[in-house]
Design a protein around this ligand. Structure first.
Ligand code: NAP
Length: 338
């Protein structure tokens, strides 16, 4: 079985390689792809020193499973060619997520969807939606999710290596004059990735503006939730916020159901859900989630304004479960015959 990682030099692609090695992915051989900028670079792996290939001039013949994480344009252009050459593509971009003939899969939530893939492509959900679905999925199975009000607190690694570089650079620039951060007069550190400074700040806007004043990240939360939970009528109210955190997306959510759900029922459903840790004695934060596979859920409370719903906080490593780990888990399902 030959595995390929496309976008292997990026924040997600590097994490994919780490996870493939950690979990002993059943591959006999590995190919790595990126842009012409990285082509020729050699990467040490358990399969030997592997040279990164230029995706634009590559021949996908012989690849059985391809984990794509090189951006939507590359997925649109190259994923169909990999699939036509016989590979099952697991695509981490948003290019195919809402296509009706492409399954959108959160491993451990809707694994059954993997096997229905007429185009040979399986989509990996958006990182924020993914982490939230790990908690919303078991509660939906319990009582039918009818509405979801969700505010995300998204880390800068959600914008790749460039996002992390921008946070570090702006933090260094702004900390030189701490008084200006308290009293005003700070000097604009200059931004390339975000519209406003992210160092020592919070930006209530993640993604790009699209319809009705919502960002594309917010629409992903709406549409992908409905597709993954196979319930087009779920009402979702999303707000996506960028915070000065390196890794780990948090989501504060209010969930309402087809019938009232008690705290004990919700606790039992979440405590037994795979890939999820329910923290009741400690407060789960992005720093706790960074570098681990499980998604953490805490601050579990019964709704007070209108009883019968659940308020909770979910936090997960956006590079692992939010992206790379889930893609590898889907690859494992395919490798096992799904
Ligand atoms: N970061 C997250 O939390 C997250 C979560 C879910 C989904 N995603 C999605 O995953 C994808 C990658 O994100 P990332 O955070 O890893 O980004 P990143 O750190 O910027 O890495 C991008 C990768 O794509 C490659 N690439 C860029 N242009 C290319 C081209 N023209 N041809 C071939 N390869 C090219 C890069 O190769 P070079 O090094 O050669 O430039 C690099 O390997 C995006 O679609 C993103 O939306 C990210």
């Amino acid at each position: 079985m030959r595995l390929a990682i496309v976008g292997a030099t990026g924040a997600v692609g590097r994490t994919m390689l780490e996870i493939v090695v950690e979990r002993g992915f059943p591959a006999d051989d590995l190919r790595l792809f990126a842009s012409e900028r990285s082509a020729g670079t050699k990467v040490d792996t358990p399969w030997g020193k592997i040279e990164v290939e230029d995706l634009a001039v590559s021949d996908p013949a012989g690849v059985d499973i391809a984990l794509f994480s090189a951006g939507g344009d590359r997925s649109r252009r190259f994923a169909p060619a990999f699939a036509a050459a016989g590979a099952v593509v697991v695509d981490n971009s948003s290019a195919f997520r809402m296509e009706p003939d492409v399954p959108l899969v959160v491993a451990q939530v809707n694994d059954h969807a993997v096997s229905d893939r007429p185009r040979g492509i399986i989509a990996n959900p958006n990182c924020t939606t993914m982490d939230l679905m790990m908690a919303a999925g078991p509660l939906h199975r319990l009582a039918g999710l009818s509405s979801l009000v969700a505010t995300s607190y998204q880390s800068v690694s959600g914008s790749g290596m460039r996002g992390m570089d921008e946070l570090l650079r702006q933090t260094d620039a702004l900390r030189v004059d701490p008084e200006s951060l308290q009293k005003g007069g700070w000097e604009d550190p200059g931004a390339e990735v975000y519209k406003r400074p992210i160092g020592f700040n919070v930006i209530p806007f993640a993604g790009n503006e699209t319809d009705l004043g919502y960002t594309d990240e917010e629409w992903k939360l709406v549409n992908e939730t409905r597709k993954i939970l196979e319930s087009p009528s779920i009402r979702v109210e999303p707000t996506c916020v960028r915070v000065p955190v390196m890794v780990g997306h948090g989501i504060a959510a209010t969930l309402r159901f087809d019938r009232p759900v008690s705290l004990d029922e919700a606790r039992a459903a979440l405590a037994s859900a795979p890939g999820l840790q329910l923290w009741e004695d400690r407060i789960p934060t992005p720093l706790d989630s960074a570098g681990i596979d499980d998604v953490l859920v805490g601050r579990l409370r019964a709704t007070i304004g209108e009883p019968g719903g659940i308020n909770l906080w979910v936090v997960g490593d956006n590079l692992r479960k939010g992206a790379a780990l889930n893609a590898v888990q889907i690859g494992e399902l395919v490798a096992a015959g799904a």
